[in-house]
Every structure is written in structure tokens, then in C-alpha cells.
Design a protein around this ligand. Structure first.
Ligand code: SF4
Length: 449
């Protein structure tokens, strides 16, 4: 990025978020921030004066997608909107972005996006606008209050950053050290979301179950204490949290799954690999056995819980038999859903410099085998749900006229002929059919079961 001529004030904006739910949350907060400045959201980047690309750096392709998106923003007459690159690619590759393209006006990291209005002013004044600080002031103290209308299901970031330093992961470098937001700020934000119409809140953090803080009486609390406090919000129906680390699954949190009615029976608990040697090389700080013991304790507290996990195939040095240990932990864990990725070396992480990087075709073949198993587990889990009577939270329109899609307690999408039912309602349904990714339901009652 070079010092450029001053630019007119943008009136409209479009925020496009890639990657994880935390980025979705950050995108919502940026939308609120720019709206508070008097700017109007545009449905498409092509119609906006300012486009914010809120990026993800976890995988190589995600970063490459950003560059192709920047190219696509050029209009037929050769003009382009003001472009801001935010998120983890901005944090990790600020100088690289400005070297690769002259089309970016603003680079802003995930801990500095509350400064976006000032950076827009810098561009308008012809100054450079790069901010990848990890500022001491918390963005949460500066961001405006939550928008008055929330969606039915809302995200709420309670924790950011990570101290675990898995050897393949950029998060400790792009999001910084583990920080928990204060108890009161979280409860106030939750209240605002519920007042705005949210029926379900998903607590977010890179290591959400490492959240800790003092309650209003100065008592030290963990995530389970926060969940119990949220349980007391009368109009809130459902609580979820993600993403958790196996080592931070405290007994208190496991007990909350047995005792807190609003806490949904779903847990995303990444394991990444099934071989102890690979887990050690990944610096996961848990073993196959300790992971399996955690899920055993969770299942004994909440027998109907649906588990999901993350897997990386082709970590440097992974042998065929070590990969088979990944397949076997997948079978043993009986996940309801799982997410799998090929290892992708991230510059600056220890694993990127490890010997024995795995050939692309070997990774492709292993990924296909793993995904075939995952689909089988998803189908089995969904088919086992058929015949159950349960409550779904209606969240969006379906593809067919008159159809709405809701979420089961186990995070499955359920399609129903909605009749008079409306988005935001909790309704009782019979689950009558199942596919790999969704279920069909028939409404029994417009009251929750
Ligand atoms: S626990 Fe590991 S994978 Fe998860 S954010 Fe931290 S370093 Fe990354």
C-alpha cells in the first residue's frame, strides 16, 4: 500500500466473513460499528463504497480466496470500492498483502477492528491505514452496544486467543494470548441479544472452555458458572458453546451438561489425530486415551449428547498406520458430525518447518477415506434420530415454498412444512426421515416439547 490520494467518504459498506464462527461474530460487530458511523449496509460487495473482507488464515486456500475476491471487486469501468482486509490474514500477512496488491486501502487485525472508523478517515485523508496491533485497550470496551434486532440464534464471543500453541496453528499468533471477557460484559450482551429476539446463544472462543472470570460477587467462575448465569435469562431458550479443548473440560462443565436444561446436548471437541506420536508432534497436550476418557465422562453425564470433532490428515510424518489410528478413534468416538482437513503448512508455525511433509496425493487419498467414514457416522446418527419426538428452533426458510428449517437440540437441520409457524418459534416435531446432512420433521405442536 502506498500513500494515496484522498478518497470520498464511503456511504455504504459490505462485510464478507470467511472461516470460523468467531469471524462471523466479528463481522456482525463491524457491521454495527459502521452502521453507528451512519453508513448503510449493502447486500453485495459490488454495490458498496467500502468492502471489508474479514479473512481466515487457517488454511492456504482461504487466504488465496481473499486475493481472488479482491480482484473480483474491480468494476467494469475500472473503479473499485474502498477495500479493507480484516481478520487473521490481515494480522499474519499485513506486509505481504500490501506487496501482492495495490488495491487494498486498509489492513486491520482481529484485535484492532474497533479502530476501523479512524482507519477509514486515514484513507480519506490519503494516509496509510494499517493496524495490526494487539492493543492494550479491549475492542469490546469501544464497540457500540448490540444491534436492537438479533437473529434467532446469536453468537457471543466470550474468550479470544490461545496459549496452547498446537504446532500447526496460527491462532496464538494472529489472535494473541488467551483473554476472557468480563462476566458482567458478557451477561449484559446476552441480555441485549435476548431483548433483540435471540432465543439461542452460542458462546464463542478459540478455547471457549478456558473462559474464567469473577462474577458480580467476586467469586472465580469457569464457563459452567457463566452457563448457569445465562440459564437464568427468562426468554433465552438454548445455550451452546464452541470450540473446546479436551484438557479444559472441567468436571463442573461436564456436570452442567447433566444439570442445565437450556444447555443443548451437543459438544464440539476436536481431537485432530488418533496417534499419540502425532498428537505429541502437534503439541496437543492430550493423548488418545485421555481424550477418550473425557468423552466417556461427558457421555455418562449426558447420555444423549451428540459429539463432533475436527481432524487433520497428513500432518508431517504421519504414517499409514498412524492415519489408521485416526480412523479408529473416529469409530470409537461415534461422532454425530465431524470436520476434516488436509494439513496445510502455515508460515511461522513449527510444523511448517518439519521434515517429512506428506505428498498431496497421499493426503487426498487419506482425506477421502476419512470423509467416507464421517459421512457413514453422520447418516447413522441421523437415522437413529428418526422416530424421536423433539423440539426444534425454527431459524430460516427452506428451499421449498412453505418450508422452514429448524435446529434440533443435537444441531441437526430439520425441514418442516411450517403452516402457521414462524421463524424464532420453538416447536414440537416428530422426526420422520433422515439424510446425511438433514432430517425431515412433522409438526406435532407449536409449543416446545
Ligand atoms: S488449541 Fe491448538 S488448534 Fe485450537 S486455537 Fe489453540 S493452538 Fe489453535
Amino acid at each position: 500500500m502506498t500513500q494515496s490520494a484522498s478518497k470520498p467518504a464511503p456511504q455504504t459498506f459490505h462485510v464478507k466473513s470467511f472461516g470460523c464462527q468467531m469471524n462471523v461474530y466479528d463481522g456482525e460487530r463491524m457491521t454495527e460499528l459502521l452502521s453507528a458511523r451512519g453508513m448503510t449496509p449493502a447486500a453485495e460487495g459490488a454495490d458498496a463504497d467500502l468492502v471489508v473482507l474479514n479473512t481466515c488464515h487457517i488454511r492456504e486456500k482461504a487466504a488465496e480466496k481473499v486475493y481472488s475476491d479482491i480482484g473480483r471487486l474491480r468494476r467494469e469501468d475500472g473503479s473499485r470500492p474502498m477495500i479493507a482486509v480484516a481478520g487473521c490474514v490481515a494480522q499474519a500477512e499485513g506486509p505481504e498483502i500490501t506487496r501482492r496488491t495495490k488495491s487494498v486501502d486498509i489492513v486491520v487485525g482481529p484485535q484492532a477492528y474497533h479502530r476501523l472508523p479512524g482507519l477509514i478517515d486515514d484513507v480519506m485523508a490519503g494516509r496509510d491505514a494499517v493496524d495490526t496491533d494487539m492493543p492494550a485497550d479491549s475492542k469490546f470496551d469501544v464497540l457500540p452496544g448490540r444491534a436492537r434486532r438479533s437473529g434467532t440464534s446469536a453468537f457471543l464471543t466470550v474468550q479470544e486467543g490461545c496459549d496452547k500453541f498446537c504446532t500447526y496453528c496460527v491462532v496464538p499468533y494472529t489472535r494473541g494470548a488467551e483473554v476472557s471477557r468480563p462476566w458482567r460484559a458478557i451477561l449484559d450482551e446476552a441480555r441485549a441479544l435476548v431483548d433483540g429476539g435471540a432465543r439461542e446463544i452460542t458462546l464463542l472462543g478459540q478455547n471457549v472452555n478456558a473462559w474464567t472470570g469473577e462474577d458480580d460477587k467476586g467469586r472465580l467462575q469457569g464457563l459452567d458458572g457463566l452457563i448457569r448465569a445465562l440459564d437464568a435469562l427468562p426468554d433465552l431458550a438454548r445455550i451452546r458453546y464452541t470450540t473446546s479443548h479436551p484438557n479444559d473440560m472441567t468436571q463442573g462443565l461436564i456436570d452442567a451438561h447433566a444439570e442445565v436444561g437450556k444447555l443443548m446436548p451437543y459438544l464440539h471437541l476436536p481431537v485432530q489425530a488418533g496417534s499419540d506420536r502425532i498428537l505429541k508432534a502437534m503439541n496437543r497436550s492430550h493423548t488418545r486415551e485421555s481424550y477418550l476418557r473425557v468423552i466417556e465422562r461427558v457421555r455418562s453425564a449426558r447420555p444423549d449428547i451428540a459429539l463432533s470433532g475436527d481432524f487433520i490428515v497428513g500432518f508431517p510424518g504421519e504414517t499409514e498406520s498412524e492415519f489408521e489410528e485416526t480412523l479408529s478413534i473416529l469409530r470409537e468416538s461415534a461422532y454425530a458430525a465431524a470436520f476434516s482437513f488436509k494439513y496445510s503448512p502455515r508460515p511461522g508455525t513449527p510444523a511448517a518447518d518439519m521434515a517429512d511433509q506428506i505428498a498431496a496425493e497421499v493426503m487426498d487419498e487419506r482425506l477421502q477415506r476419512l470423509q467416507a467414514e464421517i459421512i457413514n457416522h453422520q447418516i447413522a446418527f441421523n437415522q437413529a434420530s428418526v422416530g424421536k419426538r423433539t423440539t426444534i428452533l425454527l431459524e430460516r426458510k427452506g428451499r421449498q415454498p412453505g418450508q422452514l428449517v429448524g435446529k434440533s437440540p443435537w444441531l441437526q437441520s430439520v425441514h418442516v412444512e411450517a403452516g402457521d409457524a414462524r421463524i424464532g418459534e420453538l416447536i414440537e416435531v416428530d422426526l420422520v426421515s433422515a439424510g446425511p446432512n438433514s432430517l425431515g420433521g412433522v409438526i406435532v405442536s407449536r409449543q416446545a416439547a
